[in-house]
Ligand binder design. Structure first.
Ligand SMILES: CC(C)(COP(=O)(O)OP(=O)(O)OC[C@H]1O[C@@H](n2cnc3c(N)ncnc32)[C@H](O)[C@@H]1OP(=O)(O)O)[C@@H](O)C(=O)NCCC(=O)NCCS
Length: 176
């Protein structure tokens, strides 16, 4: 279950599929619509833009140990969001990160992409997925809580929550 077509509650038809190298071309238009604040919530540092070298690294991932799903607007082919999952060194758990086009926030796509990533991780046989979320990122923390993630203060970084979802707690048939 690598790709799927969904309709958002606001009507947009969206294709979710694995991120490809050629999708680097979609990033500039996507990032032009991502606020600096959303970039900070995703990368934890203030940045005006993503350097081409970073985009290049994001699209060149090793599918054996990482996966990234992109959401494409079926109407015009624009990139609407991306969720990533990188295995730990142990290969047993995965770390996720997610970013949506800022005007699209609240349309339900972040939730659907998280569910897609969780279903993929479970099918892959990972034990858990985890991530770091800034304490002020209440939307993400609320969404993680609703998805079943456990949340603690990150022992290594002040102002950051460590969220983890043991995949044994997720029903075998995860549907979005
Ligand atoms: C955090 C982020 C990914 C959320 O994406 P989003 O598309 O805005 O989120 P959604 O619209 O799917 O979900 C948010 C809301 O719907 C709820 N929700 C959505 N679909 C749902 C469903 N099917 N069932 C139940 N609840 C649902 C969520 O709990 C939340 O509630 P609210 O709108 O009442 O606050 C997005 O805001 C973003 O890109 N932020 C910047 C980057 C970032 O913070 N990344 C996280 C750190 S890695």
């Amino acid at each position: 279950m690598l790709e799927r077509h969904v309709t958002l509650r606001t009507g947009e038809k969206v294709h979710i599929r694995p991120l490809m190298v050629a999708d680097a071309a979609l990033y500039p238009n996507f990032l032009a619509d991502v606020t600096r604040e959303d970039l900070r919530l995703r990368f934890f540092v203030v940045m005006r833009e993503l350097a081409p070298a970073i985009i290049d690294r994001l699209v060149h991932y090793d599918p054996a140990v990482a996966m990234a799903f992109i959401a494409i607007d079926e109407k015009d082919g624009r990139m609407l969001g991306v969720v990533r999952l990188h295995d730990d060194a142990s290969g047993e758990n995965g770390e996720f990160a997610i970013l949506m086009r800022s005007w699209l926030k609240g349309h339900g796509l972040g939730w659907l992409m998280m569910k897609h990533m969780i279903a993929y991780a479970k099918e892959k046989g990972l034990r858990s997925v985890h991530g770091q979320v800034l304490c002020e990122n209440t939307t993400m923390l609320q969404m993680c809580a609703e998805l079943g993630f456990h949340s603690i203060d990150d022992p290594n970084e002040q102002g950051v929550k460590y969220v983890e979802l043991p995949l044994a707690e997720v029903p075998a048939e995860v549907t979005i």
